[in-house]
Design a protein around this ligand. Structure first.
Ligand code: SF4
Length: 550
């Protein structure tokens, strides 16, 4: 008898990858994808059969680790959130042209409504751009099944395959029936003599490979077709075009209200690219189509041209649903009742939530070293006459420095941007130009700016908030520790341009004094505020707790 488990969508993906014989998990933490890697690491530890899990410095590096593992013939997963795919995008697009060897599954979790992200971008668009097939499950069970199938598909098409989750699926728990047997990681071998240069993208080879990829498109569409189902029994000629969580909410709506599914024509999309003939056929069966999909009106934009003059399409484009924000059961119910959704969540639901849970705006934990660092930075700037400072910030717990009482950062664009923006502002004459970045973010993509900073003669102050952990995503260990000062010196910073401070209340006055002096100097500096995250210390995540710091 098949075993069932209660799993998060993220956990279902990790378990399926293990059951499918994955050799390695790679990734960079980012909500809502983090638990894929963490669950994979846990399963690997239990299995203890030579599999590996490795956080990388950033998503591009993680993607390249996975590509190397695949080129060696093994199945592999690389995990990231949607904005992480931007960092990996160069490798992502080119890996479609090189092709892969062992199955490569790219697990990307999108975050509609931006619960913990800078934007709402839709991975379906990026996969389409790269000509990489994408599977979009609607339930934890489908996450499990699609993951196993994604490895097979990847090896059959010799292409990476994306698995797109969204926040609600990644973090929803459901019953999942799993395989009875777990496959061992086995290499499918390296390419034949004939294929051995396929991965060398010099123009002469790349042109041929790109043509091969374009020629493969009909096969990719065929492979996706089995995930897309069409039912045209709607007596009222009302149709629903849906994908992912849109399917889950629609089915919940039918079951909650005891509605016969045959009331609606249904086109369910589980994989991309979509055969446009399917959309054309669907239009012929309907006089009204509702579109339920997360993020962009991607399917909606595909079907609108075919619907013109034949049937009405209701979704984000005609404003019946907001153009942004995630779907939920309430929005689906409202739209199917023929009403426009005002706002994103109905007031009843909000009232129920606020009765149950106290509203807690995000804030730095009491006693967090970032508070002391921000206090010192802003006071020092004020003391040297910068009354209304503009400080370049980055992504991590310390982004909360934007809020009162700190009001200490003015940017948060993308990982690693703070230091480069401070450099740009310094080049434009801002003095002092201050950029603040966390240690993990520094190693992710802030580090290259050190090279330019070291060569410059700018009053540029690069500040690393080093808490020796990735605090924001659940306390993962960064790829490196304690090496920023050494790195700075290796790139050309002099001894007197590199400073390490301890952000503790008892040291604040001393820190302010030192910072004032540094901010006034006409040369670049690297300042490290070094104090461990108190939450990670409480959870005993550091191997050597520094007692003196707390
Ligand atoms: S989790 Fe750690 S780093 Fe983040 S705010 Fe709390 S104490 Fe500070």
């Amino acid at each position: 008898m098949k075993k069932s488990k209660l799993l998060l969508g993220d956990e279902a993906l990790a378990l399926a990858a293990c059951d499918a014989g994955v050799k390695a998990f790679y990734g960079y933490p980012g909500t809502p994808s983090t638990e894929i890697f963490e669950a994979g690491e846990k399963y690997i530890e239990k299995t203890n059969d030579g599999r590996v899990a490795e956080w990388a410095a950033n998503e591009k590096v993680a993607y390249e680790f996975a590509l190397g593992t695949s080129y060696a013939g093994f199945r592999t997963v690389v995990t990231m959130k949607h904005v992480g795919l931007n960092v990996a995008f160069d490798a992502f697009v080119n890996s479609a042209i090189t092709g892969v060897q062992g199955g490569l599954v790219v697990a990307v979790a999108d975050d509609p409504s931006m619960h913990s992200s800078q934007n709402e971008q839709d991975t379906r668009v990026l996969a389409d751009f790269a000509h990489i097939p994408l599977l979009e499950p609607a339930t934890p069970q489908e996450v499990y099944d699609f993951t196993i199938q994604a490895f097979e598909l990847s090896e059959r098409l010799k292409l990476p395959v994306v698995l797109r989750l969204v926040t609600r699926l990644a973090h929803s728990r459901g019953e999942v029936y799993t395989a009875e047997k777990r496959l061992a990681p086995t290499s499918v071998g390296i390419p034949s003599e004939e294929e051995k240069n396929n991965w060398v993208l010099i123009p002469a080879i790349a042109r041929g490979r790109y043509r091969d990829l374009r020629d493969k498109l009909p096969n990719i569409i065929d492979a996706a077709a089995k995930y897309n189902s069409f039912s045209a029994n709607g007596r009222l000629k009302e149709g629903v075009l849906m994908a992912g969580m849109g399917i889950a909410y629609f089915e919940q709506y039918l079951s909650d209200n005891d509605i016969d599914p045959k009331k609606y024509n249904q086109l369910k999309i589980g994989a991309y690219p979509v055969d446009v003939q399917l959309l054309k056929d669907f239009v012929e069966k309907c006089d009204t189509i509702y579109v339920f999909e997360e993020d962009y009106p991607y399917l909606e934009d595909m079907i609108i041209p075919y619907a013109e003059g034949k049937c009405k399409v209701h979704g984000r484009r005609d404003g019946i649903l907001a153009i942004d924000g995630e779907l939920n059961l309430s929005t689906v119910r409202t739209v199917l009742a023929g009403k426009k959704v005002e706002g994103k969540v109905d007031d009843d639901l909000l009232a129920q939530i606020s009765d149950l849970i106290e509203i807690r705006p995000p804030k730095l934990c009491d006693g967090c070293g970032h508070s002391d660092a921000y206090e010192a930075i802003t006071k020092a700037l004020k003391n040297i006459g910068v009354d209304d400072p503009r400080i370049f910030g980055d992504i991590g717990c310390y982004t909360l420095g934007v809020q009162p009482p700190f009001n200490a950062i003015n940017t948060c664009v993308e990982m690693g941007a703070s230091l480069s923006m401070a450099f740009g502002a310094a080049m434009a004459g801002m003095s002092p130009a201050v950029g603040v970045i966390g240690d993990s973010t520094f190693f992710h993509s802030g580090m290259p700016t050190l090279l330019s900073a070291a060569k410059s003669n700018l009053n540029l102050n690069l500040i690393i908030m080093d808490n020796a952990i990735v605090g924001m995503t659940g306390q993962q260990v960064p790829v490196a520790a304690d090496i920023a000062p050494t790195l700075a010196k290796a790139t050309g910073f002099e001894e007197d341009q590199v400073h390490v401070f301890i952000p503790l209340p008892k040291k604040t006055n001393e820190n302010i004094e030192k910072l004032e002096k540094i901010f006034k100097e006409d040369k670049p500096s690297l300042i490290v505020f070094k104090r461990k995250c108190i939450q990670a210390m409480r959870r005993k995540l550091y191997t050597k707790p520094e007692k003196a710091e707390v």
